[in-house]
Design a protein around this ligand. Structure first.
Ligand SMILES: *[C@@H]1O[C@H](CO)[C@@H](O)[C@H](O)[C@H]1NC(C)=O
Length: 286
């Protein structure tokens, strides 16, 4: 009895099938991973779960949420933003827990007139308190192709990435500076396309042109590798995930500095007028 699974035996093929299907599951399928939660049919999962589209018109936007909730994770998703005149539109991509003292990690993409730059708006809420906005331009046109936007959330820090380049880091300064850090409320992933013409484009100066509707954004290759909470959780495997200890090496810090010196539009930590009592404590951290 050499081996119970010899090549070319039926059990060999079923083993192969299991291996193939699990590797597909790892690549992400929107049918398995998310629910479209609003928009009356304006959100659609197509191509056997490989592509999700959201649309927005005068009567409604649309959105989806992950089936799973996570406590720490590494989320990657490719997004192609609304093209043409997208002024007034906001494509949101964020993690959030529930309740008044909720935690939240936000990417919001603020549209613009044709040819004018999108703004990537980021924020971090801890224990219900945000006011930590940082905004960036991108170094490419985000409406021409899909690009990867990622959130790393582990016990030491939160990092926002664009195509693998870190643009922002929020460190866990709970012990040293008393800044609350999200580490005990599970978060779900949410994404939506909606209208915010009151503030999104040049602070609300440029309104949405509804003649361009419906506005559309595309999503693909969601990879939500998190510590799943709830009945389906197998938390035992979570400590071994590489991203749980992932830090920013010298090269990554250099890249982040490049983005922040060349593409940053707004940084709450430089807005002394806004905080007359002094900048928030995390702003003085090295
Ligand atoms: C839109 O374009 C204008 C002009 O270039 C720019 O000032 C603004 O920051 C851009 N983005 C948004 C979202 O308003």
């Amino acid at each position: 009895m050499a081996s119970s699974v010899s090549p070319l035996s039926p059990s060999f093929f079923s083993l192969l099938l299991i291996l193939i299907s699990t590797s597909f599951a790892a690549a992400g399928n929107f049918n398995n991973d998310v629910d479209i939660i609003w928009g009356d049919g304006r959100g659609k999962i197509v191509n056997n779960g490989q592509l999700l589209t959201l649309s927005l018109d005068k009567s409604s936007g649309s959105g989806f949420q992950s089936k799973n909730q996570f406590l720490f994770g590494r989320i990657d998703m490719q997004i192609k933003l609304v093209s043409g005149n997208s002024a007034g539109t906001v494509t949101a991509y964020y993690l959030s827990s529930q309740g008044a003292a909720h935690d939240e990690i936000d990417f919001e993409f603020l549209g613009n007139l044709t040819g004018d730059p999108y703004i990537v708006h980021t924020n971090v809420y801890t224990q219900g308190k945000g006011n930590r906005e940082m905004q960036f331009y991108l170094w490419f046109d985000p409406t021409k192709d899909f690009h990867t936007y990622s959130i790393l959330w582990n016990p030491s820090h939160i990092v926002f990435y664009v195509d693998g380049t870190p643009i922002r880091e929020f460190k866990n300064l709970a012990a040293t500076k008393g800044v609350p850090y999200p580490n005990n409320q599970a978060m779900r992933l949410y994404s939506s396309l909606w209208d915010a013409e009151d503030w999104a484009t040049r602070g609300g100066l440029v309104k949405t042109d509804w003649n361009q509707a419906p506005f559309m954004a595309g999503f693909r290759n969601l990879n939500a590798d998190g510590c799943v909470q709830g009945p389906l959780a197998s938390s035992s495997s979570c400590g071994s995930k590489a991203w749980m200890n992932q830090a920013l090496d010298a090269e990554s810090l250099k890249k982040m500095k490049w983005v922040q010196s060349n593409y940053m539009v707004y940084n709450y930590c430089s807005d002394v007028k806004r905080f007359p009592q002094g900048l928030p404590p995390e702003c003085s951290a090295k």
